[in-house]
Design a protein around this ligand. Structure first.
Ligand SMILES: Nc1ncnc2c1ncn2[C@@H]1O[C@H](COP(=O)(O)OP(=O)(O)OP(=O)(O)O)[C@@H](O)[C@H]1O
Length: 261
């Protein structure tokens, strides 16, 4: 039986004030490969946190766990004081609703026009009326600079524009947490800046909590309150971007930044 079907689970202890996300002793193995090894970390509400580390260090796996796309082998994950793992199906659905993700590949619905891409989940999942959902979608498409593209199909847009629709779509669910997984990696270089500018605006103008995996270190420096360096299945170093980028304490962080900067 899957974890999500086992109920009831013990309630999560009350989180410290301000804490939104907590990983406690989370491990994940794929066969012989231990990707996360009794990982502990937490994120405060409203903070923008960037995950850095070598390829394969488990950054995407962490985001996927928050989206319930990958399940830990052990440990607990808590969001806003509620268990995501282990938890019953209903609790998982409630927690999951507050988390939005933008993927490297935009994953838009190709057969729906842009406006419908953004209204679909608010109508079907949140139960908003079509008018409410459309009003919200138009505001968000304006925010990402695509107010004039409501009536076209994704295939008629550039990759950068499609990614901005994906950002609007994630925000349309009014999530507490926005997960960004290498959102510019699939884009032609000239389209990267436009997407990052939109995300900088969102980081500045909203109180959304962001967890971001990116190879764009200047962007990470601009938007992050904290940077977490992953290696060997754990966070080996964390701190404000100025400190991590200018004066990394750990040898592995120095090596990693030396290679990517
Ligand atoms: N479904 C899976 N089956 C087997 N192995 C997997 C699976 N998903 C991830 N892995 C492995 O887990 C490890 C961590 O992957 P993950 O994508 O989380 O790393 P990452 O830090 O995001 O890497 P990158 O920076 O290259 O995207 C990798 O070795 C990867 O091959």
């Amino acid at each position: 039986m899957s974890d999500t079907l086992r109920t009831p689970e013990p309630a999560a202890p009350a989180p410290p004030p301000g804490e939104l996300i907590r990983f406690d002793g989370v491990s994940k193995r794929f066969g012989e490969n231990t990707v996360l090894d009794r990982l502990d970390f937490s994120v405060e509400a409203g903070k923008h946190v960037t995950l850095i580390g070598p390829s394969g260090s488990g950054k995407t796996t962490i985001l996927r766990m928050l989206m319930t796309l990958t399940r830990p082998d052990e440990g607990t994950i808590t969001v806003d004081g509620r268990r995501l793992y282990p938890a019953g199906r209903r609790e998982v659905a409630e927690v999951r609703r507050n988390i939005g993700m933008v993927f490297q590949q935009f994953n838009l619905f190709p057969n729906m026009k842009v406006l419908r891409n953004v209204t679909e989940a608010p109508v079907t999942v949140l139960g908003l009326s079509k008018d409410e959902a459309e009003a919200r979608a138009r505001e968000l498409l304006e925010l990402v600079g695509l107010a004039d593209k409501c009536d076209v199909y994704p295939s008629q847009l550039s990759g950068g524009q499609q990614q901005r629709v994906a950002i609007a779509r994630a925000l349309a669910m009014r999530p507490q947490v926005l997960l960004l997984d290498e959102v510019t990696s699939a884009l032609d270089p000239e389209l990267v800046a436009g997407v990052l500018d939109v995300l900088r605006d969102i980081a500045r103008s909203t109180d959304i909590t962001m967890l971001c995996v990116t190879h764009e270190m200047n962007f990470a420096r601009d938007i992050s309150d904290d940077v977490l360096m992953f290696d060997g299945g754990k966070v080996i170093e964390s701190g404000p971007p100025e400190r991590i980028f200018e004066a990394p304490a750990h040898e592995r962080t120095r090596e990693f930044l030396g290679a990517v900067l």
